[in-house]
Structures are given as C-alpha cells and as structure tokens.
Design a protein around this ligand. Sequence first.
Ligand code: GSH
Length: 280
Amino acid sequence: MVWSTRYFDDLNTTGSNLLFGTKTNTTQFAKHTFLLSSSSVNLPSSLSFYTSSSMADEVILLDFWVSPFATRVKIALAEKGVDYESREEDLSNKSPLFLKMNPVHKQVPVLIHNGKPVCESLIIVQYIDEVWNHKSPLLPCDPHQRAQARFWADFVDKKIYSGGKLMWSSTGEAQEAAKNDLIGCLKLLEGELGDKPYFGGDTFGFVDVALIPFYNFFYTTEQLGNFRTVAECPKLVAWGHRCMEKECVSKSLPDHHKLSDYFLGFKKNLEAKFIALGCS
Ligand SMILES: N[C@@H](CCC(=O)N[C@@H](CS)C(=O)NCC(=O)O)C(=O)O
C-alpha cells in the first residue's frame, strides 16, 4: 500500500490550499488557488488539516500498461506529485474489484480514491486536477478556455483514438482512407497548437495530457500506414518531443517499441485466427 504525502511538500512555500476545503466551488477554488499560489503565503503546519485532500488519502489505479487512457491518469498523478498504487488488470479475466468499481463500462482506467471509484480517463484527469489543486493546474481558470480544452480533448477521443483504431483494424483502400483521415485530424490539432509550446499556452495542461499517450502510438501507426508523422505534422512532433522531456510524461509512457511489438503481434495473431476460421 502506498500512501500519498508528497503533495504537502509545497504547502508551506505556496500557501496554495489555504482554508477552502473540498466542498468549495472548484472554479472559484482554482481562481483563489492561483492568486494564493503567486503570493507565497507561509502557512503554519497545523493548517494542513484544511487542505483540499487529506494525509490519509489512498489512491489506487486499476491499470493496464498498454492503455493510453490509463497513461493519461498516470501522467496527471505524476504531474501533481500524488503517490498511488497501480494494479495491473487482466482484461481477459477481470477482477471482482474491477467489475465492482466500473460495473457500467468494465474498462480501465479506474481511479479509486479513498475507496470511491472514478471512471473514464478524461473525467479522472479533471477530478485529479480538482482534488490536488495545489500545483500544476491542468485546466485553465477561464470558462471559455476550459470549454475549448475539453473540446480538443474530446476531439482526441473521437478522431485520433478512433481514427487510429480504424487504421489498425482495416486493410487496403479502407486503411488508406483511414490514414488520410487521421493525418487530416493531426493537422487540425497542429493548427490548434500553432506556435505555442503546449496546447494551453506556456504550460503543460489538459489537452497535452489527453493527447500525449497517443503520440506514443504514432510509431505503430506509421508502420501500419507507411507514412512519417514528422513529414506531415512537424510542429506536432516537436510538441511531442517537448512533452517527453517532462518527467511526468517520460516516466508514465510505455516504451514505443514495446508498444509497437505488442500491437503488431496482436494484429498478426488476430489475422491468423481469422484465416484459420476461414474469414477474410
Ligand atoms: N473512454 C474510456 C476508454 C477506456 C478503454 O477503452 N479501456 C480499454 C483499455 S485501453 C479497456 O479497458 N478495455 C477492456 C474492455 O473494453 O473490455 C476512457 O477514456 O477511460
């Protein structure tokens, strides 16, 4: 069992969580947190009782090393400095705890925070941002910018993940069409990034967390579709390199060669099974 304590480290230097507690309206809380963070208030240690999270936090991640969705959660936890226990799930033989914690979708990731589950990766990342709001805000304070960030994160799920999956599961002309569609979507993302270092501006944020696990799949997708992302979207690839320089990202992402071997091997096995069954 790993207990979360690291997020108290900054408390005395930033004064970030002062007195607002868990039930405060989160947008207001984020605004206040921002103001307080910049004013470097020194807090007596007794006030740590009032922080947005408590010393007794138990954080468990129901995980699967390959999952880009689980990777998002690992990155967000690392960026916030939250210690957690990762439990690898066997998705072909789901554990009773897993089925109890995510009875609707029965999918990883699931974050279990003090016994209570939170499901769906983008919802989990937003939850992490609200609970551990003492440092590295992931979503912006401005409501319109927040909405924009959520829009692009949703775009990643609807177009990048789904487009990659389509490429992976198709062949011939259908695969070529899926590839062109995917490249078009990557170019749209590159346009949204523009000349900014990260999607939200100068600091790593919500859209970066949502997309970077898929950057790791570019290599596999390139091998499948015989193209080079860097030739199509050089700024997006440079963004990927920039994100990889962040420790929260590099330590959370699986090795892309290992990932590629896993997926291409999996695809071959699947095709062999189809052929054996007489399917085309
Ligand atoms: N929309 C979900 C997608 C999660 C997902 O697709 N998880 C996959 C692993 S990558 C899974 O658990 N699959 C097992 C299953 O569907 O039975 C999220 O964002 O968390």
